[in-house]
Design a protein around this ligand. Structure first.
Ligand code: SF4
Length: 578
């Protein structure tokens, strides 16, 4: 298998390919190669929005080869947290990169005018994007679809106005309904005047032993579709968790003022599936199809004339723009998700920022003059729609502050006790207990997906776990996810990719590894990420925990700050940092 890095310099409009077998041998691919290239390319202390800050994209050795190995990772310096930026997406992106023959893409510099990158195999062009600058993300994708080659083997990723205007939590829209959503990659694109990247190709991969490959493929495929390992993702999808977490008192509601939402049923996965679900889609190479698309019908005249929009939903947007804003109607929720999609905003950060602003407005910490007359109130969808527009094109200092994230806004206006961010990243939708809080604090990108602390809490609800046992589970997840993310599989398929299956799959494409090799790789990847984080100023001992986490009952009851402190101490000790 050819393992190449494509380098693109936007400033010089130059591109070249380097064979970096050493890099892939040592760091496998995906997040491993991504962090190593970020260390190589990103100058210490650089402004994340300066031309010197790079963007790195990586796939892994299994992408395009096995079912549900369907993601690509981007590494960058986050303009939201000022340290590690790491974001994942599927769609057709990883497959297109495989077809184009590039396992990693490094983007350096900044363009002088709005531009997009067009990659077709080794043919790379920087093209003028002036005519689509300012255009909403979905529309920009439709326009590029008409102009770029490679239909069927092509991926189109692009930013919306949020990225162009450097909103610190702007995302990148990937194909249709997928996102490199978190930690502000969209703003990094915007700072480089990079509107989009289109990838396509026709390369193929040599398989060393076809018989062995076929056997492993069949085993993984059967586990994916003929066992119940992934069943829940197809049926209701992740939004099935709305009712479950509501019942468990783990569903953040009205800025975490409560952990259950009396109107949760109205925005539950079951109601959305029954009344609004239009179709399901899959990332390329996935037989599951967990991407749930709702149909949102809205009248634009009194003469029964309607616009029908397709809106993808899953658990996190329902939490952040639904229960956490007190939004109790499915239509209102879908309108807000759709607005974020068009503007190119990360739904999770946007919802948390609006929730903080609503509570601050309720407490008279923000005046109607500052909101420009927009009444930020729970369940006021119209106001939230206006506020999202203002965040993306800030008309005053208040909305400009909201565009920098909840940590920044609360430092300026007060209300840090209920500004729900950990490590600078707006939090995910779980108030399940201490493992969720600690997991997001210590996680390399401060995401619930780093180590799934929320599911460790849920396990502890069934069978008591000591703080030390929870920390052990967090560390195991941190390390093993490093390996899986170096491949780069869909995290929903972790039950399919056991260590034994990973070793078999790698062997079938000519990469021989042992369990010890993989364990050591996971640890090295984690350490390298922390090296980057601390180099850029992250200090685990100084992370702010909003008081609100300790005030609201969670799945495991009220969280005791001493338990969180003790778990952080144990974590540092077990990592050898004490
Ligand atoms: S399970 Fe869902 S997110 Fe994962 S690869 Fe399949 S369609 Fe994509």
């Amino acid at each position: 298998m050819l393992r190449r890095v494509l380098y693109i310099d936007l400033g010089n409009e130059d591109a070249w390919v380097e064979e970096r077998q050493d890099l892939f041998d040592q760091w496998m691919g995906g997040t491993g190669v991504g962090i190593k290239l970020l260390m190589e390319e990103c100058p210490e202390g650089v402004d994340p929005l300066s031309p010197k800050a790079p963007i790195i994209f990586c796939i892994g050795p299994l992408n395009g080869m096995f079912p549900v190995a369907t993601k690509m990772v981007a590494t960058f310096k986050s303009p939201l947290t000022g340290e590690l930026g790491e974001s994942y997406a599927g769609g057709r992106l990883p497959l297109a990169a495989r077809f184009a023959g590039h396992e990693a893409i490094v983007i350096r510099g900044a363009a002088e005018r709005p531009s997009y990158i067009s990659i077709n195999n080794s043919d790379v062009k920087i093209k003028d994007a002036t005519s689509i600058w300012g255009v909403e993300a979905q529309t920009a994708g439709m326009i590029l679809r008409e102009h770029e080659p490679g239909i069927g083997r092509r991926s189109i990723i692009r930013i919306g106005p949020a990225g162009e205007n450097l909103v610190r939590y702007a995302g990148v829209v990937v194909d249709t309904y997928r996102h490199l959503g978190r930690l502000g990659l969209g703003a990094v694109f915007g700072s480089k005047k990079l509107k989009a990247m289109v990838i396509s190709g026709t390369e193929h991969v040599e398989i060393p032993d076809h018989k062995r490959y076929r056997e492993v493929y069949n085993k993984l495929y059967q586990t994916t579709v003929q066992t119940d390992v992934m069943e829940k993702y197809h049926d209701i999808g992740t939004s099935v968790n709305i009712n479950v977490l509501n019942w468990l008192k783990g569903l953040p509601t009205k800025n975490f003022q409560s952990s259950s939402f009396p109107e949760a049923e109205n925005i539950s996965g079951e109601i959305l599936a029954d009344k609004y679900l239009f179709r399901r889609l899959s990332c390329a190479g996935c037989p599951i199809g967990c991407i749930h698309i709702a149909q949102l019908k809205s009248a634009f005249s009194t003469h029964h004339e309607f616009e029908v929009r397709k809106v993808s939903y899953d658990y996190e947007p329902i939490y952040s723009l639904g229960s956490n804003l007190g939004v109790s109607s499915a239509e209102g929720l879908l309108q807000l998700i759709d607005a974020c999609e068009r503007l190119g905003l990360d739904v999770m950060s946007a919802g948390v920022v609006l929730a903080w602003a609503t509570e601050a407005y309720e407490r008279d910490m923000i005046t109607p003059q500052e909101t420009l007359g927009v009444p930020l109130q729970w369940n006021n969808v119209k106001s939230y729609m206006n506020a999202l527009e203002y965040i993306v094109r800030p008309p005053n200092e208040f909305y400009a502050a909201l565009a920098k994230g909840v940590d920044y806004a609360s430092a300026k206006y007060g209300g840090a006790d209920f500004a729900m961010a950990l490590g600078g990243n707006e939090v995910s939708g779980y108030h399940t207990g201490p493992a969720s809080i600690v997991g997001q604090i210590v996680g390399v990108r401060h995401s619930h997906l780093d180590n799934a602390g929320y599911s460790i809490d849920q396990k502890a609800a069934k069978k008591q776990l000591s703080p030390e046992q929870m920390v052990d589970e967090i560390i195991n997840e941190d390390n093993s996810r490093g390996v899986f993310n170096s491949l780069v599989g869909c995290l929903f398929a972790r039950g399919v990719y056991t260590s034994e299956n990973i070793i078999d799959a790698l062997g079938a494409v000519g990469i021989e590894k042992t369990k010890d090799d993989l364990d050591s790789l996971g640890k090295r990847i984690f350490d390298e990420k922390y090296r980057f984080k601390t180099r850029e100023g992250f200090d685990l001992s100084k992370v702010r925990v909003p008081k609100r986490f300790y005030e609201t009952v969670s799945t495991l009851g009220k969280v005791d700050p001493q338990t969180v402190d003790e778990m952080l101490r144990l974590y540092r000790k077990k990592r050898g940092w004490l």
